[in-house]
Structures are given as structure tokens and as C-alpha cells.
Design a protein around this ligand. Structure first.
Ligand code: FAD
Length: 386
């Protein structure tokens, strides 16, 4: 039971696949990694009227981009009020504005079937009564943090509402959205496949200035864009120390109480999260803080301990016991200060990644910044580490 729950969607299951690279090709730009970020880079290169080849080691969105919670969250991973204090406040606010635009654009591009503009809920703790005093105490501290976030957002004119309802107490963020992440990536790949030359099952074995090598052929290109979040430092070892790979895990359940979760919801400082589809299936993840050391790994297989934790979390969000149908894991990249990396890693090779567990929306923005860095020499915005 280790398949990805999102792949059970009939639209995803219908994916015909793309060929593997089997010859030597030439293009203006070669993009390595066909997740949400790599596909955004491809869209940007096409918009500029340039030729592009994209390659992925597996299927489109074989990595985190097809295996995540499907939350489309505005703002930085570490929370807008914390980023406002930790980074330059204007940089955090500018990123927030850009991510709101990104979500709206994605919804316009892929439609309401793929992107559900339903907002998101941040609650203090998890739904239901605290199981012990420690949980109650942590909930109170988190409630105070929700208030700080509320004040920061209101002060800066960002839409936010207080939430107090069946699922708990916290905040409603109306500009967020939800999706099946595999549908998003496959939808974009299908859209670009006519103009870009895209290849699956083509693992890159070497990258040098102007050349990307795979077992079946090489791509010669003026610019190489590496859009890989987890395992970025495996592909480009010079980035070790700037990005660090961690495993995140999820599961999906059989349908339970349809309509219980009206929008994506995260609790316990964002460590635990879930969304529910129309049929009532719950897609839940979390527990990263409970298993910190063991999850610093480039392995992407689910483990018993984390899965047991998430099962309890899923039941809390569902408000009922759950029956698990799918379990999976994927790799993501973390950075020290919470800022994603957009950088020239080698001459003619730019890279982006390190989204700290929240790259669905920031990733495409970073990827376009990487293209601009590589083609125009434009320095990335202050919210990125270059
Ligand atoms: C369980 C989980 C839950 C998450 N939940 C959320 C969420 O709800 N919201 C959110 O915003 N973010 C979430 N994230 C983080 C988010 O999934 C990632 O930040 C984002 O998907 C990164 O996308 P990407 O395109 O940059 O990189 P990736 O998804 O890492 O894509 C990289 C691609 O590169 C390919 N690749 C790797 N090595 C090679 C190679 N050598 N040659 C060729 N191709 C290669 C991979 O196969 C992969 O398809 C979650 C992540 C996980 C794992």
C-alpha cells in the first residue's frame, strides 16, 4: 500500500506518458525536473519565444510536486508574520503579493476542476479536545500566535478572518486554494508538450556548462535550469550546506463524512494538515517535528512510526476513525533561514529549490526568477537566497 493517493484520480490515471530522451538534442534552454517549478520555467522560456527541452527522471511530477498535500498557500513557508520579522518585511510582503497572483493565474489556467479557490484554515492544535495538558498548553500558545498573524496581516491589508467553529479556533485565509497536485502538473505538461520537447524516464547523470547528459541522449543548451526541490544537493553537490533534503509523508483514506473539511486545513503550527475531496477521502500528512532526525534523509519511502502518527492526525481532522487506502513519501529541500534558493550553481547552470515544505506556489515564482537570472542576469528578489 505505497502508491500515491492522488494517482487514483481518473484524470491522472489517464496520463498517456511522454517518451524517454533517445537522441542528442539542441535547445536554447534545458530544464531538469518536471514538477510544478520546472514546468513554470518551461512556460516562462516559451513565453520568451525560445526553444526548450525538459527532462524528468520519472513521470511528470514524480517527486514532491505530485505527492504533496495539494495546499496552494499564499506567502512564505515560515508564515508571513514570522518572515516579516525574520527577513526584510517588504521582501516578505512582496512574496505574499506574488503568491496571491500565482494562485489566481493557476486557477485561470487550469480551471476550477483542478484549482479550488476555497481558502484555507489555520487552527491552533488539532480538531477535538486536547488529549492531555501539554496539548492544551501548546494550543493556548498557538492561539496567541494566530492573533499575532491576524494583526500582522490586517496591518498590511492582507485578507484574513478569525475562525471559531466545528474544527477549532484559528484563522481563515480566503486567498489560499486546494488542488490535486498531480492533476496540476500533468495539466501543465499537457499544455506545454506541443511547444516544448518534454521527456519522462530520462534521469540526468551529468550537468555541465551547456550540456545535460541522460542515458539515452544529451541536450546541448545555452542555459540549464535545475528545478529540483528535494535531493537538489545530490544533483548539484556544490549546494550541500545551502539546501538539505528531508522526507515528508502522507496518506489517503477511504471516504469519511463528506463535507467535514470545507477547505485545506492545517494545525499544530502547520506540522499536521489535511484536505478532503468531494467523495470524502481525506489526504493527510504531518509529524515532521515528531521525527525530525530520522526524516533528514533522501529516501522517499513511508515509515511505520510517521504513518501511525499521521493516521491519528487524519482521524482528528476527519472527526471519525479512518481506513487508510494509500501511503507515500517524497523528498523536499530545506534552507537555514527559510528563504528558497535561486542561484547560479555552475557557469550556465541555474538552480532553484529549498522551499521548506511549501513549494507549490513559491516554486514556480522561484523557477521564473531562475530563468531571468540565467537569461538576463536579473538578480533574484530579496525573498530568495542567491
Ligand atoms: C508529503 C508532502 C506534502 C507537501 N505538502 C505541500 C503543500 O500542501 N503545499 C505546498 O506548497 N508544498 C507542499 N509540499 C512541498 C512541495 O511538494 C514541493 O516544495 C514542491 O512540489 C517542489 O516542486 P518542484 O517542482 O520544485 O520539485 P520536485 O517536486 O522535487 O520536482 C523535481 C523533479 O525533478 C526530477 N528529478 C530529480 N532528480 C532528477 C534527475 N537526476 N534527472 C532528472 N530529473 C530529476 C524528479 O523526478 C521530480 O519530478 C509537500 C511536500 C511533501 C513531500
Amino acid at each position: 500500500m505505497t502508491e500515491v493517493g492522488w494517482d487514483a484520480d481518473p484524470e491522472v490515471a489517464r496520463w498517456q506518458g511522454l517518451p524517454a530522451l533517445s537522441e542528442n538534442l539542441r535547445a536554447d534552454v534545458c530544464v531538469v525536473g518536471l514538477g510544478g517549478s520546472g514546468l513554470a520555467a518551461i512556460g516562462e522560456v516559451l513565453r520568451r519565444g525560445l526553444s526548450v527541452v525538459g527532462v524528468d527522471a520519472g513521470r511528470v511530477a514524480a517527486g514532491a510536486a505530485g505527492r504533496n498535500g495539494g495546499f496552494l498557500l499564499a506567502g512564505p513557508a515560515i508564515g508571513i508574520h514570522q518572515a516579516g520579522a525574520r527577513w526584510d518585511s517588504e521582501a516578505a510582503l512582496e512574496l505574499y503579493r506574488q503568491t496571491v497572483i500565482e494562485i489566481t493565474d493557476l486557477a485561470g489556467l487550469l480551471g476550477p476542476e483542478v484549482v479550488r479557490q476555497v481558502g484555507s484554515l489555520r487552527i491552533a492544535g488539532l480538531p477535538g479536545d486536547p488529549v492531555d495538558e501539554a496539548e492544551e498548553a501548546d494550543r493556548q500558545v498557538e492561539l496567541a500566535d494566530c492573533e499575532r498573524q491576524y494583526d500582522f496581516m490586517r496591518q498590511h491589508g492582507i485578507k484574513v478572518e478569525r475562525y471559531d467553529g466545528e474544527l477549532g479556533t484559528g484563522l481563515f485565509l480566503p486567498e489560499d486554494a486546494a488542488m490535486n497536485p498531480a492533476r496540476r502538473a500533468l495539466g501543465l505538461a499537457a499544455r506545454y508538450a506541443g511547444d516544448a520537447r518534454l521527456f519522462e524516464n530520462s534521469p540526468v547523470t551529468a550537468i555541465s556548462e551547456g550540456r545535460v547528459q541522460t542515458p539515452g541522449g544529451a541536450v546541448s543548451a545555452g542555459l540549464v535550469v535545475v528545478a529540483v526541490d528535494g535531493r537538489l544537493e545530490v544533483l548539484l553537490p556544490e549546494l550541500a550546506g545551502r539546501v538539505r533534503t528531508a522526507r515528508l509523508q502522507m496518506l489517503a483514506t477511504e471516504p469519511v463524512r463528506p463535507g467535514r473539511l470545507p477547505c485545506p486545513i492545517y494545525g499544530r503550527w502547520g506540522y499536521d494538515y489535511a484536505q478532503q475531496d468531494a467523495a470524502g477521502r481525506v489526504f493527510a500528512g504531518g509529524g515532521r517535528d515528531q521525527f525530525t532526525e530520522q526524516e533528514w534523509t533522501a529516501q522517499a519511502v513511508p515509515t511505520e512510526g510517521v504513518q501511525a502518527w499521521i493516521e491519528r492526525v487524519a482521524a482528528r481532522f476527519a472527526g471519525d476513525p479512518v481506513v487508510v487506502s494509500h501511503r507515500w513519501a517524497a523528498s523536499v529541500g530545506y534552507t537555514e533561514d527559510g528563504r528558497p534558493v535561486v542561484t547560479e550553481a555552475r557557469p550556465g547552470v541555474v538552480a532553484c529549490g529549498g522551499y521548506n515544505g511549501t513549494g507549490n506556489v513559491v516554486g514556480p515564482i522561484a523557477a521564473r526568477a531562475a530563468v531571468a537570472l540565467g537569461l538576463d542576469g536579473t538578480a533574484p528578489a530579496a525573498c530568495f537566497s542567491s
